[in-house]
Design a protein around this ligand. Structure first.
Ligand SMILES: [Zn+2]
Length: 391
């Protein structure tokens, strides 16, 4: 089968690889009908999130049809259409039972304290082969697959594999209350969904901070008040627009690559000990009002140790952060989509066949105008489609 394989920093290829097989009674094999490119994949390709093992299939977003099942998967049948949460969790351990799926004790073969397991990630996360492929093996499929209602399209579902759940989790960690003023740093797909989620949670005002006009235009169409940091000092602007109070909640939806925004995918940009905290995180801490909340969903490597703790401590801030517990949020996001409150498909700007993924990665990495979220179609071998620009 065909798959997008990591060979080294700056080197990913469309390869012919062996098809996955069932390895445990709780496994499933899913034939993918949709996958996607995520900003997190760029962290791996750039090397800003290290320790990718050559030979690993990339991708952690997937929708597909169940092709084979182990004997201990009892809630799904062959032929079911399913959504795959990005993080892998056992469903049995104390953490999973408490909803902390990203902190599962069992899923990571490197041990209980090795960190979150997810598809298509570095050695320390498993590694597990990813979902930018024609087929994938899904461990713990009894908890790791969510059956999709027919009314949910692939375009809607693929946005609920990682990006919307992560954004929802970020908005939840921001502790948004009715009427709160929220700042979302970064208007990529996760930032855009953080705006949507903050409004669903009752936010009064939402500021969107980014440096790219096409992304800010989408943020504004969602009802956010936009600030382009390439044109003005975002902290001065937030202060002025909030009567010098600041925002109640700030969400960092950028992560470590805020420091490397101008590097290309094929130019290694590994962080070093002693690096400055990310620009987005510094702004988040500074923009938030006294006794406000900072929520961090942007990705930072485990060894990264720089944070403006003094500023945060002296403002009595609350800090919440972490990897998303996708499995916990996806069912309720499906319900909100069915109810028509949100159409998550609107974030998908590009449909590309899996076979064109390498050129799609390059365009995505360059922030080519209008490229917000790229869906990959493993079954397709036809022409590229740019979707109409709806917000
Ligand atoms: Zn678990």
């Amino acid at each position: 089968m065909k798959a997008i394989v990591f060979h080294g920093i700056g080197d990913i290829r469309l390869d012919e690889v062996p098809e996955p097989t069932l390895q445990a009674p709780t496994d499933a094999i899913v034939k993918l009908t949709a996958s996607a490119i995520c900003g997190t994949d760029l962290h791996f390709i750039r090397g800003s999130a290290p320790d990718m093992q050559p030979g690993t299939i990339l991708g952690h977003e997937g929708v597909g049809i169940v092709e084979a099942l182990g004997s201990d998967v009892r809630n799904i049948k062959v032929g079911d259409r399913v959504l795959i949460p990005s993080t892998i969790a056992c469903g049995n351990c104390a953490y999973c039972r408490a909803g902390y799926f990203a902190q599962c004790d069992v899923a990571n073969p490197n041990g209980k304290t090795a960190g979150t397991s997810f598809f298509g990630g570095p050695k320390t996360t498993g590694p597990f082969h990813g979902l930018q492929a024609e087929k994938a093996r899904i461990p713990f499929a009894n908890i790791g697959l969510i059956k999709l209602p027919d009314a949910i399209s692939d375009d809607q579902a693929i946005a609920m594999s990682d990006i919307w759940p992560t954004a929802w989790f970020g908005a939840e960690m921001a502790e948004i209350k009715d009427g709160d003023t929220v700042a979302v740093f970064g208007c990529g797909p996760v930032g855009l969904f953080a705006i949507v989620s903050a409004k669903l949670m009752g936010a009064g005002r939402v500021f969107a901070i980014d440096g790219l006009e096409d992304r800010l235009a989408r943020a504004q169409a969602l009802g956010a008040e936009c600030i382009n940091f390439e044109q003005e000092d975002p902290l001065e602007t937030i202060a002025r627009l909030t009567g010098d109070i600041g925002v109640d909640c700030a969400i960092d939806a950028v992560g470590i690559d805020a420091n490397h925004a101008h590097h290309g995918a094929h130019e290694p940009a590994q962080w070093q000990p002693g690096d400055e905290p990310s620009q987005a995180l510094q702004w988040a801490v500074q923009a938030v009002a006294k006794a406000g909340t900072v929520s961090i969903i942007g990705v930072y490597p485990a060894g990264f140790d720089s944070f403006p703790i003094g500023a945060a401590m002296n403002k009595n801030l609350r800090l919440n952060m972490g990897n998303c517990h996708h499995r916990k949020y996806i069912p309720k996001l499906i319900e909100m989509t069915l109810a028509g409150r949100v159409d998550p498909a609107k974030v998908i700007t590009q449909d590309e066949p899996l076979t064109d993924a390498i050129s799609a990665f390059k365009a995505f990495d360059k922030h080519q105008h209008g490229w917000i979220k790229v869906k990959l179609e493993p079954g397709a071998d036809g022409a590229t489609t740019a979707k109409p620009a709806t917000a």
